[in-house]
Design a protein around this ligand. Sequence first.
Ligand code: ADP
Length: 435
Amino acid sequence: MTQPAWQHLAWIVAIVLVATAVGFLSGHAALFAAIALAVLLLLNTRNLLRFEHWLRHRKSEPPPDMNGLWGEVTAITSRLYRRKVFHKQRVLLLLREFRRMTSAMPDGAVLLGPNREILWFNRAAGQWLDLRRKADYGIRIDNLVRNPEFVGYLDRGGNALPPRIQLPDRPDQWFMIHLVTANATGQQLLIVRDVTAEARLDSMRKDFVANAAHELRSPLTVITGYLDSLAEDPGLDEVWREPVREMRRQSERMRGIVQDLLELSKLEAQGGEAEASPVDVGGMLALIRKDVTSRPEPAAPVNLAIESDAQLLGSESELHSAFANLVSNAVKYTPADGRVDIRWWVDGDGGHVSVRDTGIGIPAEHLPRLTERFYRVDAGRSRRQGGSGLGLAIVKHALQRHDARLEIRSQEGKGSTFTCHFPRSRVLPRASTAA
Ligand code: ADP
């Protein structure tokens, strides 16, 4: 008990005792005690009524002036009330500020409940996704925005790469969406960003590269043709033999680059998912092996282990391009006394193609950037080997279109393993083809 409470109790006991003592002297102890208790009850009731009146009608004014425990109770209540008012005003102010800021925000933001129901959205999101304030609150966002890529991204819980999408009624605009888990209660924040300018630049860049590569192809064919005839001409002056050989090598390299650029442009232009035609992986890898081992230059032996007769559902040309690039790299970067192993197998996770070599390997710091266009670990060596620096970019794009991923493990000086992991949905067991 606090000090004012003790004092209050002590006062009551003292008053009743004094009244009883006086009553005892006059022979009416019980009567005096009863009168003292009645007076105390009246005083307390009066204070209670004043307190109740202040609480109900004048809380914003200073509390009534009361002594003792009642004074303490009113002071505490008044403090609590002021604190509550202060916090309420602060929250209101913050909320107003938040609303002002989010409506001025250039990005769209939608707060979703655990079942993807719309809890709140800002002005930009309302405009772009065509959401109506109040009317659309509580409705699942995938019932209102019916874009398959958008819905697919939400289904994957935002774990996938944020997609670039177009929305109905806004055919000239591109948007990037990003889902962020807001808190432990399962609420999520959907961020929508207008990326039209980036998308236009990107498409201009792709068009430019594709057009430039296309335009370069014909003159290069002519130059290579003449160089070939020149090299075979027995009347060619001896001093010109080596320069012509070098020119042929360089024009061949240029042809390789142009061809890779065209292939990459084609892959990028197609977008979306690759077709799903059954592809005989074993047969394809055997052909690729035959192709690299029949080259005139001395090269490491290439072994093939086909551990499954299952087929892959995909695009034959794109898969061929991906696997051929990996095998050709393995041979290119492995000395003749090393070895290259190609393997195809299927397990519970899906289908896998790995190309392992005992070649020069790749230092760890280069691994994350290896699939970027024109990224080379050793540009001089790659050029000498006739590499365009585009091979792994083609592999990555082709695999992406098959929902597959590329895993790269490598140790400098020991060798590398490139593994393509295909999901189960892309694997077709042989039994089902025979059926
Ligand atoms: P390139 O045409 O130069 O081979 P890629 O895109 O195919 O271009 O490969 C990018 C770089 O990755 C290469 O320049 C090379 O440095 C490295 N690389 C690729 N495969 C291997 C491998 N099997 N062993 C060692 N380095 C490799």
